[in-house]
Design a binder for this molecule. Structure first.
Ligand SMILES: *[C@@H]1O[C@H](CO)[C@@H](O)[C@H](O)[C@H]1NC(C)=O
Ligand SMILES: *[C@@H]1O[C@H](CO)[C@@H](O)[C@H](O)[C@H]1NC(C)=O
Ligand SMILES: *[C@@H]1O[C@H](CO)[C@@H](O)[C@H](O)[C@H]1NC(C)=O
Ligand SMILES: *[C@@H]1O[C@H](CO)[C@@H](O)[C@H](O)[C@H]1NC(C)=O
Ligand SMILES: *[C@@H]1O[C@H](CO)[C@@H](O)[C@H](O)[C@H]1NC(C)=O
Ligand SMILES: *[C@@H]1O[C@H](CO)[C@@H](O)[C@H](O)[C@H]1NC(C)=O
Length: 538
C-alpha cells in the first residue's frame, strides 16, 4: 500500500500541464492566476526555464501573492512560461502558464489573442463587462475603446458603469473588440491596465413576408443569342437567420433542379445584411441562350415560414442571333455589290463615248501595225447638182475636215475633193473605200434620189460592207423619216447601229469638237495611225 502511495505521489509530482496562456500589453499591470488554489498552503511560482522561485514578498516588479502572480508592470522580456506549484488533496500538483507580452504599436491596443470570452447583446441592449477588473482592488475605469478607437456616437447610446459598458439598441456596427482602460494603484504607484473582449449581438430570428429586391416583376432582360446569361433574384426573408428560407428559379413552372443540367445551373446563397437582414439569392445560369428561351417564363420564388411570393421575367434578344446575323449581312453585301455593278454598267452605258475618248486622250494610243490602208475614213455624200450654197456641202468640205483632220489628226478621203482628174469614178470609189478604215456616209433625203449613187456604187458599197467588213459611220444631217427609200444595205446598217444625228443647235458651234455629235463621231473613228507610217504609205 505504502509503495503504491509512493508511486502515485511521484507520478503527481512530475505531472505538469500548460493550462492557460495570458496575453498582455507592455508596461501594464498584469495578474496571472494559478488554475488551482491550495487551501492552507501557499502556491509557489517558478520561472519554468530557470526554475527560479518568484519571491512572495511585495516590492519586486514580479512577485507572487497567494494564488496570483503579479507583473507591476510587464516588460517584453517577461514573455515565457511560469509554473505554479499547488496541491491536489494531499498531493503536489503543478501547472505551467504561458505569458506573452506585446509591445505597443501604432493602432494596436490589445494583444492579437484575446483570452476573455465574448459578451453578447440583443437588439434592445448590450452589456460589456470589463475583464479581470475584479483582480485589481479599487481599480477605476478611465476609458472604453472600440476596435482601438475612443467610443464615438451619441452620448445617450452608452452608459458607463463601475465595471460595465451598456449599449442601448445595439446595431451590427456595434459589434467589435471593446477595450477597457483602467488604473490600478499599488503602493502609491499608478499602473495602467487594459483588457479586451469581443462583443457580438445575438438576434432572435423574426421572419417578415419575403420581399424580392430584384429583378422587377415582368422585367424583360436583354440577352445575346448563344451567349451565357446569369439572371439573379435576391429576396429579403427576415431579421436574423431564418429556419425556413428558399429563393429559387422556375422555368415555365419547372423547378430549377429538374431542368436540363447541361443548359441550366442554379447557385443559391444566403447572407446577412448590415443589420441582420437575412437575404437569399439565386442565380440561374443559362449556358447558351436558345430561341426557345425567349418564349419561356422565368419565375423567381421566395418563401419563408410566413408566405411565398413570386415574380416572372422574360428574355429578349439584344441583337439578332449569330446565324441570322451572318446571312443577313451577306445578303445585304451581295445586294449592295449588285447595285454598285448595275450603277457602273448604267454609268458606262451613259458615258461610254466620253470614257473611251478620255482614255484615248490620256494614253494617246496609236496603231502601229500597217494595215495597208491610207485613209482613216472615206466620206460620201449626195452631191448638189444645182450649185447652190448648201449646208451639207459646207459641212463636208469645211467643218468635217476642220474637226477631224485639223483638230484630231485623221486623214479623210472626201468623195469629190480627193478625186484625181480622169479617174474612173466607180473604180476609184471601190479602191478608195478599200484603202479606208471607215466609211462616213452623210445621210440626207437627197441620197434617196441620188443618181450618181448608181448601180456600180451600190455593188462597191455592198462589197465594201459585207466582204471587207469596213465599219460605216452614218451621219444623219437632216431628218429622213422611215428610211424606206434608202437602199437595202444602208437600211440594214441603220437597223444595226443607228445613225449619229446632227441637230440644229450644233450649227452655232459646229466646230466644237466636244459636242455630243463630234464625240460620237470620234468614238466611232479608228485609233489614229502613226503619222510617219501614214506619210510613208502615201
Ligand atoms: C486547514 O487548516 C485549518 C486550521 O488552520 C484546519 O481546520 C483545516 O482542516 C485545514 N484543511 C485542510 C484541508 O488541511
Ligand atoms: C512554453 O511552453 C510551451 C509548451 O510546453 C512551449 O511550446 C514553449 O516554447 C514555451 N515557451 C518558452 C518561452 O519557453
Ligand atoms: C466570439 O465572437 C467571435 C466574433 O467576434 C466569433 O467568431 C466566436 O465564435 C465567438 N465565440 C463564442 C464562444 O461565441
Ligand atoms: C480601497 O478603497 C477602500 C475604501 O475607499 C479603502 O478602505 C482601501 O484601503 C482601498 N484599498 C487599497 C488597496 O487602496
Ligand atoms: C497610462 O495611460 C495614460 C493614457 O493612456 C498615459 O498618459 C500614462 O502615461 C500611462 N501611465 C503609465 C504608467 O504608463
Ligand atoms: C408565360 O406566362 C404567360 C402569362 O402568365 C402565359 O400566358 C404564357 O402561356 C406563359 N408561357 C409559357 C411558355 O408557359
Amino acid at each position: 500500500m505504502g509503495l503504491l502511495h509512493l508511486i502515485l505521489l511521484s507520478t503527481f509530482l512530475s505531472a505538469s500541464m500548460t493550462s492557460e496562456s495570458f496575453h498582455a500589453m507592455e508596461d501594464e499591470a498584469l495578474v496571472v492566476k494559478c488554475p488551482q488554489d491550495c487551501q492552507n498552503r501557499t502556491v509557489r511560482w517558478y520561472h519554468t526555464q530557470s526554475n527560479q522561485l518568484i519571491p512572495a514578498e511585495e516590492g519586486g516588479r514580479i512577485h507572487s501573492s497567494g494564488r496570483f502572480l503579479w507583473f507591476l508592470p510587464t516588460s517584453k522580456e517577461d514573455s515565457g512560461n511560469y509554473t505554479c506549484v499547488t496541491c491536489y488533496y494531499n498531493y503536489k500538483k503543478q501547472y505551467t502558464v504561458s505569458v506573452m507580452v506585446y509591445p505597443h504599436k501604432q493602432g494596436i491596443c490589445f494583444p492579437s489573442q484575446i483570452r476573455y470570452p465574448n459578451d453578447t447583446g440583443t437588439l434592445t441592449s448590450g452589456r460589456i463587462v470589463c475583464p479581470t477588473i475584479d483582480n485589481y482592488e479599487n481599480a477605476t475605469i478611465v476609458k472604453w475603446y472600440k476596435d482601438c478607437k475612443a467610443l464615438q456616437g451619441p452620448r445617450e447610446k452608452y452608459l458607463m458603469g463601475e465595471k460595465y459598458l451598456f449599449i442601448k439598441h445595439p446595431q451590427k456596427t456595434d459589434e467589435g473588440y471593446y477595450t477597457c482602460h483602467f488604473t490600478y494603484t499599488h503602493n502609491a504607484n499608478v499602473y495602467n491596465v487594459s483588457a479586451t473582449r469581443p462583443f457580438i449581438i445575438k438576434v432572435c430570428p423574426s421572419p417578415i413576408p419575403p420581399r424580392i429586391q430584384y429583378p422587377t416583376d415582368n422585367a424583360v432582360i436583354k440577352v445575346e443569342c448563344g451567349s451565357p446569361v446569369d439572371i439573379s433574384c435576391r429576396a429579403l426573408l427576415g431579421i436574423g437567420k431564418q429556419n425556413i428560407a428558399v429563393v429559387t428559379w422556375e422555368v415555365n413552372e419547372i423547378k430549377a433542379e429538374d431542368l436540363d443540367t447541361s443548359r441550366f445551373r442554379e447557385d443559391r446563397q444566403f447572407f446577412m445584411g448590415r443589420d441582420w437582414e437575412y437575404y437569399g439569392e439565386s442565380i440561374l445560369n443559362i449556358e447558351e441562350v436558345k430561341e426557345e428561351d425567349f418564349l419561356s417564363n422565368f419565375t423567381c420564388v421566395a418563401l419563408n415560414e410566413i408566405e411565398h411570393v413570386k415574380l416572372t421575367v422574360t428574355l429578349q434578344l439584344k441583337v439578332p442571333c449569330k446565324g441570322d446575323n451572318h446571312s443577313t449581312y451577306t445578303t445585304i453585301g451581295i445586294l449592295v455589290l449588285l447595285v454598285i455593278i448595275a450603277l457602273l454598267l448604267i454609268l458606262y452605258q451613259f458615258f461610254q463615248t466620253d470614257i473611251v475618248l478620255l482614255c484615248r486622250g490620256i494614253f494617246k494610243p496609236y496603231k502601229t501595225q500597217d494595215d495597208g490602208k491610207i485613209y482613216d475614213a472615206y466620206v460620201i455624200y449626195p452631191k448638189n447638182r444645182t450649185n447652190e450654197a448648201n449646208f451639207v456641202e459646207y459641212f463636208v468640205h469645211q467643218i468635217l475636215p476642220d474637226v477631224l483632220e485639223n483638230k484630231h489628226g485623221y486623214k479623210l478621203c472626201i468623195f469629190g475633193r480627193d478625186m484625181l482628174p480622169g479617174e474612173d469614178e466607180a473604180n476609184a470609189f471601190e479602191m478608195r473605200i478599200q484603202k479606208s478604215r471607215r466609211l462616213i456616209i452623210i445621210l440626207t433625203p437627197q441620197l434617196i434620189q441620188y443618181e450618181e449613187f448608181g448601180c456600180e456604187h451600190q455593188i462597191a458599197l455592198y462589197s465594201a460592207l459585207i466582204q471587207n467588213n469596213i465599219k460605216v459611220i452614218l451621219l444623219e444631217m437632216e431628218t429622213i423619216g422611215n428610211y424606206e427609200g434608202l437602199q437595202e444595205s444602208l437600211r440594214h446598217i441603220i437597223k444595226q447601229q443607228g445613225t449619229i444625228k446632227w441637230k440644229e443647235k450644233h450649227q452655232e458651234c459646229s466646230h466644237a469638237s466636244n459636242s455630243k455629235f463630234w464625240k460620237l463621231v470620234r468614238y466611232h473613228m479608228p485609233l489614229r495611225h502613226k503619222p510617219s507610217q501614214l506619210n510613208h504609205a502615201v
